[in-house]
Design a protein around this ligand. Structure first.
Ligand code: ZN
Length: 81
């Protein structure tokens, strides 16, 4: 892992980490039941492009993608915070 910093409150120690594990499904449009899973050859579907890891600051509650917190840590090192 890389160092995190909260860009809002500058917390560097306490975080909630949410690893995303998307499940790509096909639903029955009438019932909502799962009828199958999207495979890689499915021309009607794009692959998941969202965040792989979400982070919430456990001090102030700010939410964001992991990169937001990694970049804030890099900036704070640069600025000697
Ligand atoms: Zn914070």
């Amino acid at each position: 892992m890389e160092p995190y910093a909260c860009p809002s409150c500058r917390n560097k120690m306490r975080f909630h980490i949410l690893d995303q594990q998307p499940v790509s499904v096909k639903l029955n449009p009438q019932t909502g039941d799962v009828v199958g899973y999207i495979d890689e050859q499915d021309l009607m579907a794009q692959p998941y492009k969202g965040e792989k890891r979400l982070v919430q600051c456990a001090v102030c509650g700010l939410n964001g993608g992991e990169l937001l917190f990694v970049k804030a840590a890099q900036r704070s090192e640069f600025q000697g915070m």
